[in-house]
Design a protein around this ligand. Structure first.
Ligand SMILES: NC(=O)c1ccc[n+]([C@@H]2O[C@H](COP(=O)([O-])OP(=O)(O)OC[C@H]3O[C@@H](n4cnc5c(N)ncnc54)[C@H](O)[C@@H]3O)[C@@H](O)[C@H]2O)c1
Length: 393
């Protein structure tokens, strides 16, 4: 890509922080804005990513992390915006999280967001406000939207504990007549329909949206679409993932909480309302390893949308180990089908166990972002999935 791409990251949690990191290794990407629930950082000449990552390491504004016993409620703004963002245009305010977070035991939180013992702590200064570039705000997303004329692309690395949060955020960009790229890494199938419902609105605004563009859905959906090309009839797509998160667990609690909603007997409301100690207890019960079957992952509707197979022929499951960095199982996509000359076969795509979740979500998300910028500049607007677009490198 000849031209430089300016981009923003909404949500600098486990995924958003790594996106900023990975973007340094991709050509032509300049991060100019980032926000989390407490703060925003904007610099149109390029954010200082080193400083921002240092300030937020182990200190993301995620949830009620520090005292561990405060249940997250919609009022505590854990899930995303507590459902209030839909009123943001009326009230022009976004809720601010107190999240029940306090300085962890054993140290007070200093002005620079570090505890007196030098260890970064969550608390009032959690997240981007701990960075010298960060400003506290009650309206982080609106603050980025206000700068969006000078932003080519926005990565939505926001939580998805309210299904319509990301669609509503997209709508707010359209309401501001944003004409650029939006990319999200959402997981749930039902959200895709909510975005499709908004296609006209996004198109009118000149937005090119790539949805479900992380690892699964995302990278693995795209791989399934390629693996299907040998066949004229696809019988099944089986996605089986393994993630080892020991060293990244603290920074990925948002993702872990969302995954818990896929366990038998759990749903998104229940997962959202669990306290940190309840989550710890559940993880303990499973010996640190959670296994998921038949997850509601949007790979199914995204493959159906791309004409590859029926949504019901797609299954997604996997194993998450929060006590080891080794992947508990190899991430594999198996596409079974029949060729034009009547042979039945299975094409398999496998990720090396050495590749981390952070690498497999953020590489593709930024690859899709770059591809979407090319489309956007060519006047191609609307909602696309990861099986419709080939990510750029
Ligand atoms: N598709 C995939 O392969 C894949 C893989 C991993 C994670 N994910 C998804 O990525 C998303 C982010 O996960 P995570 O682990 O980074 O979560 P996280 O909780 O660590 O981070 C979420 C970030 O969003 C910010 N945020 C929340 N509400 C906000 C608001 N109203 N305004 C501004 N910022 C707000 C938080 O402050 C935080 O910085 C989740 O939805 C997760 O499911 C997708």
């Amino acid at each position: 890509m000849d031209d430089d791409v300016t981009f923003a990251v909404l949500g600098t949690g486990g995924i958003g922080r790594r996106a900023l990191d990975v973007a340094r290794h991709k050509g032509g990407l300049t991060p100019v804005a980032a926000c989390d629930r407490n703060g925003v950082a904007v610099d149109h000449s390029g954010l200082d990513v080193d400083e921002l990552l240092d300030a937020t390491e182990g200190n993301i504004a995620s949830g009620p992390e520090a005292d561990g016993d405060t249940p997250a409620t919609p009022e505590s703004d854990y899930a995303s915006d507590g459902g209030l963002a839909s009123h943001a245009s009326e009230t022009s305010s976004e809720p601010r999280s107190d999240g029940g977070a306090t300085a962890a035991e054993g140290g007070s939180v200093g002005d620079d967001g570090t505890a007196s013992d030098g260890v970064k702590q969550a608390g009032e200064d959690a997240g981007i406000v701990a960075s010298a570039q960060g400003e506290p705000t009650e309206t982080p997303i609106d603050d980025v939207i206000a700068e969006s004329d000078a932003i080519d692309a926005v990565l939505l690395a926001l939580p998805n504990l309210e299904h319509d949060f990301i669609p509503r955020v997209a709508e707010r960009f359209a309401d501001a007549d944003y004409g650029g790229v939006l990319v999200d890494v959402l997981k749930r199938s039902r959200v895709i329909g909510m975005l499709d419902d908004r296609t006209d609105r996004l198109e009118d605004s000149g937005i090119t949206f790539v949805c479900g563009a992380g690892a699964t859905p995302g990278f693995l959906t795209g791989a399934a679409a390629l693996a299907a090309q040998s066949f004229v009839e696809v019988d099944s797509v089986e996605i089986w993932w393994g993630v080892g998160l020991k060293s990244g667990y603290e920074d990925n609690r948002g993702t872990v909480r969302e995954d818990i909603a896929h366990l038998d007997g759990y749903d998104i409301e229940r997962a959202r309302e669990m306290s940190e100690s309840e989550i710890e207890a559940l993880i303990d019960e499973h010996g640190g390893r959670l296994e998921f079957r038949d997850m509601e992952h949007a790979d199914d509707v995204l493959l159906e949308r791309a004409g590859i197979c029926d949504a019901e022929d797609v299954s997604v499951g996997g194993v998450l180990d929060v006590r080891s960095d080794e992947k508990p199982t190899t991430t594999t996509v198996r596409v079974t089908g029949t060729t034009f000359d009547g042979e039945r076969g299975t094409n398999t795509f496998e990720l090396d166990d050495a590749t981390s979740m952070a690498a497999n979500v953020n590489g593709p998300a930024l690859g899709y972002l770059k591809a979407a910028v090319l489309r956007n500049r060519a006047g191609d607007y609307g909602v696309y999935g990861p099986a419709d677009v080939m990510p750029s490198f």
